[in-house]
Design a protein around this ligand. Structure first.
Ligand code: NAD
Length: 494
């Protein structure tokens, strides 16, 4: 069997690749132990640096759920195999999982699903074999939220050109490394033209650099529909964080559920491997949960550190175990006659070295991580201009009362009121829509003297004038870059 090909990451004195192992919470220790025993049985030159994170750490009073020793270990080893982590009710505010992903900028979440012989599903026989590549650090899941008023909540969906370029290139590189032929980019760019549209435009700009791979854009709701109707048409799907979360849970259900869904969180330098499923606390310590997802995750981890033969051995032995059906866990066969977690792992170990004709091993090449070194200000326009402001105010007035009041307030300033909208729909001047209003309104104030930049002094003057009459709660600069609007229009706005 081959030796590790990666150059970075810690090695033991006897030449084994060190991997940080986090057993995790609930069923984590059982399934991680199954994976660990199987990896060891392949003879892979891997040594474990066992560390803690999650439930017990929160309970010891550490609000992040991730101790410094674990962080230090990951910096050393650069590769992690982990079980699920729980956030116990009443401890910690943030999930330890999200902390780990963000701390190590693992910007891509790779979630493959493939039909498992011997695991009956409504899709059996259709050859599902696809991968969702989900952006993992941006989008609504950054969790940047505010209460605009006591009754209106806001979340910021930040999508960067840089983040899109990284995930798109990674998706194409991943497709190449697996010999896959098609990449679909799933977005909601028809509605969110700037945020989701950035991923679509970046995808379309980069796709020609990968002429060996077919590239298609698909609207994400259609992707969900097509995934249920004809999932076998998909190969790789690249998408934004929240879309990817939802689509990848859907895809795991197509091949038998969470027990069969492995995943990798990949960053430039560090990769964290974990099953998609959580800690399933109801089954903790009972030796009944399906360890397949974590075992397939361990195979992804082995491949990542260059141990392709051992990775295939683990994967193929797992497939043979399911195909022959002599050890099947209760999520597939129910309680009667189900194999325990440890018995399943023993069966996989016994099957090491065997291969399945129905699940041929892919011909893979090492993933070429895109080394982009992109500057933070990646997109540099030649011209830019602030052309107005959206000032959000809290008000219980009707639009027809608020409109004239704002017009009077800004009379004599550098701006004039263009429209007022309520949750994205123009309500003043009335465009004829029947809109139920709430107590947050966005007042679009456009610069009167077009052609110059609205200055900060003028902005402060406008806010003071509006603030003298109403409570303003949020402001957005309306900008143009190279003459193109950097803002969208409200529904009904001309
Ligand atoms: P869960 O994935 O633990 O369980 C959902 C359902 O799937 C349950 O019915 C469970 O029994 C079943 N299931 C899960 N894994 C299975 C497996 N390997 N084989 C068979 N059936 C399996 O999700 P949940 O109940 O929403 O979350 C429980 C805890 O896990 C929460 O604290 C949550 O925050 C945490 N969680 C952690 C991660 C992670 O660490 N990456 C992911 C999801 C949830």
């Amino acid at each position: 069997m081959d030796a590790p090909e990666t150059t970075h990451g810690a090695m033991t004195p006897d030449g084994k690749r060190l991997v940080t192992l986090i057993p995790g919470d609930g069923v984590g220790p059982e399934v991680v132990d199954a994976a660990r025993r199987i990896v060891e049985a392949t003879g892979a030159p891997v040594a474990w640096d066992e560390q803690q994170a999650g439930g017990e750490v929160f309970k010891q009073g550490l609000p992040s759920g991730v101790p410094q020793a674990t962080i230090d270990s990951i910096h050393r080893t650069r590769v992690v195999l982990k079980g699920p982590l729980a956030t116990p009710v009443g401890f910690g505010e943030k999930s330890a999982n999200v902390t780990l992903r963000k701390l190590f900028e693992t910007y891509a979440n790779i979630r493959p699903v493939r039909e498992m012989p011997g695991v009956p599903t409504p899709y059996s026989g259709r050859g599902i074999d696809l991968v969702v590549v989900r952006e993992n650090v941006e989008d609504l899941y950054a969790g940047i939220e505010y209460m605009q008023t006591p009754g209106v909540a806001e979340a910021l969906k930040l999508i960067s050109h840089k983040g899109c370029e990284k995930i798109v290139r990674l998706a194409f590189e991943f497709a190449r490394s697996e010999g896959r032929k098609t990449v679909h980019c799933a977005t909601k760019s028809n509605i969110m033209k700037l945020t989701e549209g950035t991923l679509k435009r970046t995808f379309e700009a980069i796709a020609p650099e990968y002429p060996d791979i077919e590239a298609h854009h698909i609207i994400v709701d259609n992707a969900a529909h097509q995934l249920v109707k004809r999932p076998e048409q998909f190969d790789v799907i690249v998408t934004t964080n929240m879309n990817g979360d939802i689509l990848s849970d859907l895809t795991s259900a197509l091949v038998g559920g969470l027990g069969f869904a492995p995943s990798a969180n990949i960053g430039d330098d560090i990769a964290i491997f974990e099953a998609v499923h959580g800690s399933a606390p109801k089954y903790a310590g009972k030796d009944v949960i399906n360890p397949t997802a974590v075992i397939l995750t361990a195979a992804m981890m082995l491949r990542h550190i260059g141990l392709f033969d051992q990775a295939s051995a683990v994967e193929q032995a797992t497939v043979v175990t399911w195909e022959e059906g002599d050890a099947r866990t209760r999520d597939v066969v129910g309680d009667a006659g189900a194999a325990t977690t440890s018995a399943f792992a023993n069966a996989v170990i016994a099957n090491l070295g065997r291969t399945s004709d129905r699940y041929p091993a892919r011909v893979r090449t090492p993933l070429q991580m895109p080394r982009l070194n992109l500057p933070p200000d990646l997109v540099k326009p030649e011209t830019r201009r602030v052309v107005g402001l959206d000032v959000f105010v809290e008000s219980a007035l009707s639009p027809n009362e608020l409109g004239p009041s704002i017009e009077r307030a800004v009379d004599g300033s550098a701006v004039a009121l263009k429209t007022i909208s309520s949750r994205g729909t123009q309500v003043y001047p009335s465009a004829g829509a029947v809109t139920d209003t709430v107590d947050a309104f966005s007042c679009r104030l456009m610069q009167i003297d077009g052609g110059t930049d609205l200055t900060d002094d003028q902005t402060v003057d406008v806010l003071a004038r509006v603030g003298a009459e109403h409570r303003w709660v949020h402001v957005e600069k309306l900008q143009e870059f190279d003459g193109v609007s950097g803002f969208t229009k409200a529904q009904g706005e001309d």
